[in-house]
Design a protein around this ligand. Structure first.
Ligand code: BGC
Length: 513
């Protein structure tokens, strides 16, 4: 299968081998000519000479609406994940929870997210991306209200599950929606905006946790998510449908209407032809068997691999347990720990994500991933070394403040967050949402997302156990080792997808299977 099998693409030169692989000799036929889309090399992406028809770069009003849907979905994901640490104190006081129930209240959001993600794949393929986002909006609102009004633990846990399911559904539907509606040249930035919103949600949750404390204020913390939940529903109601999904449902006329509206161009026929041609190549009907079929094993392994590496390199151990890490690094008071966590972790995470937004469509996915993982490994190595020099205060003694090693830990964690925020955070979600063929995209993204939540659950569940068993230094060095493994795996297995349309990306797998 050649790129020029797509309508409107002439024959031209060839590229190879793929992504640093020397064993793969296959080549891609590259279209040339003034109007041809330029296909970046897989290992060293070149700037497209002329934007292809599918790579409009104009930010139209409807694309802004798409962006707002994505921002609300990501923001709610981050907020609902981040808010619990601050709310837990009050919940424990109101319901006098056992240790087991504390764990259930904390972690069942992840469980709900895992189930929600799996269900959302099927939903997104059957009822469409937009309606699936609407369902997420309803779940966010309902879950927030149920939690805020919970008269007892059982209802509270039900609310945690509902909101978790909302997070899972949104985590599949929103980036998928963004990836399908954004023009190819802006796709990375759109999906990275989703990550930016996640980080802003976490940051806001940290801030609100800091401002509100005591009594029943946990009800406000958890209930506050109902407002953006409702707003998400309202904006998604007005938002355009995915032309790619409409084409999948053989609704070409509707797809044309939406595409004209979104991109503000009259002649959308070449794009619809390209989408249609790619769909014809994928003759099978969407089913779970097709998702796991040999033909799509390579993108599936890449999606799952990235999802796992994003978590086992340690991000959520740091996001969830930053206060405790700072405490063991000598930040003695609760307020010193909260300030360090809010600004050094939460604030820096938001700011550094802007780097990805600026560069993901220019430098490409691979360069950001490889640079980010290098920085993450060095930072984790430094955290591990610093912990070797941290002496716990004698029993009963009040530490004078963070030692030099404590400050080094803080700086190294900031370095880690910066590097994650411009690489493994946004780029992983971007790649997961662009590598699968249209007919299985919803389900395959759902599998990768569910694996991501499963890995997040395991890491957050076992982080403290690991520290107890191996000590701080070895635990952080283990995360650093995973960064090195991830680096090598990405170098050899993950191709560059910058600037390619979703249809062109499918040809990578056909050429190299
Ligand atoms: C990850 C989350 C993580 C967040 C931190 C996301 O990309 O999927 O698990 O908490 O980044 O910014």
């Amino acid at each position: 299968m050649r790129i020029d099998a797509l309508p409107g693409h002439g024959a031209g030169g060839t590229f190879g081998p793929i992504a640093g692989r020397t064993d793969v000799k296959a080549t891609l036929t590259i279209p040339t000519g003034p109007d041809a889309p330029s296909l970046p090399s897989l290992k060293a992406p070149a700037r497209p000479a002329a934007p292809p028809p599918s790579s409009a770069r104009t930010m139209t009003p409807w694309l802004v609406v798409v962006l707002v849907v994505v921002l609300f979905s990501g923001g709610l994901f981050g907020y609902d994940q981040g808010v619990i640490s601050g709310a837990l104190h009050g919940i424990k006081a109101t319901f006098s929870l056992s240790a087991l129930l504390v764990e259930v209240v904390t972690s069942w959001v992840t469980l709900g997210a895992l189930l929600g993600a799996l269900a959302a794949g099927e939903m997104a393929d059957r009822i469409g991306r937009k309606r699936t986002v609407l369902i997420a909006g309803v779940m966010f609102t309902l879950g927030a209200v149920v939690q805020a009004l919970a008269p007892g633990t059982l209802v509270l846990v039900a609310g945690r599950l509902i909101i978790g399911a909302g997070v899972g559904v949104a985590a599949v539907a929103a980036p998928l929606y963004a990836a399908e509606l954004a023009p190819a040249a802006m796709r990375g930035r759109f999906v990275s905006a989703y990550q930016l919103a996640i980080t802003a949600g976490i940051f806001l949750a940290y801030l609100i946790d800091g401002w509100l404390s005591g009594g029943d204020s946990w009800r406000i913390m958890l209930g506050a998510a109902a407002v953006p939940g409702l707003l998400l529903f309202a904006v998604a109601l007005a938002a355009p449908r995915s032309p790619r999904w409409l084409m999948m449902k053989s609704r070409r006329a509707d797809a044309a209407v939406e595409l004209r509206k979104i991109q503000r161009v009259e002649d959308v026929e070449p794009q619809l032809d390209a989408i249609g041609a790619a769909l014809r190549q994928e003759s099978e009907r969407a089913s779970w068997a097709v998702v796991f079929h040999r033909e799509w094993r390579r993108p599936l392994m890449i999606g799952i691999g990235l999802a796992v590496f994003q978590q086992i390199t340690g991000i959520n151990a740091i996001i969830y347990y930053a206060d405790q890490i700072f405490a063991s690094a000598g930040f003695a008071t609760q307020s010193a720990q909260t300030t360090a966590t809010t600004w050094a972790i939460g604030g820096v995470n938001v700011l550094a994500t802007l780097i990805a937004i600026a560069f993901i469509d220019r430098l490409g996915r691979r360069k950001l991933l490889l640079a980010g993982l290098t920085g993450m490994a060095i930072s984790l190595l430094a955290v591990g070394i610093a912990f070797r020099f941290i002496v716990p205060p004698a029993a009963g003694a009040t530490p004078a403040g963070p030692s030099v090693a404590g400050i080094v830990t803080l700086l190294a964690l900031v370095g880690f967050i910066i590097c994650f925020a411009f690489s493994m955070g946004p780029v992983v979600w971007t790649v997961i949402n662009e590598i699968f063929p249209g007919h299985i995209r919803g389900r395959a993204v759902a599998v990768a997302t569910a694996v991501n939540w499963g890995s997040a659950f395991l890491v957050s569940q076992f982080f403290l156990t690991l520290i107890g068993a191996m000590g701080n230094s070895l635990t952080f060095w283990l995360f650093a080792l995973f960064c090195v493994v991830a680096w090598a795996w990405i170098y050899f297995r993950v191709p560059e997808t910058k600037g390619l349309s979703l249809e062109q990306i499918q040809l990578l797998w056909k050429e190299h299977s």
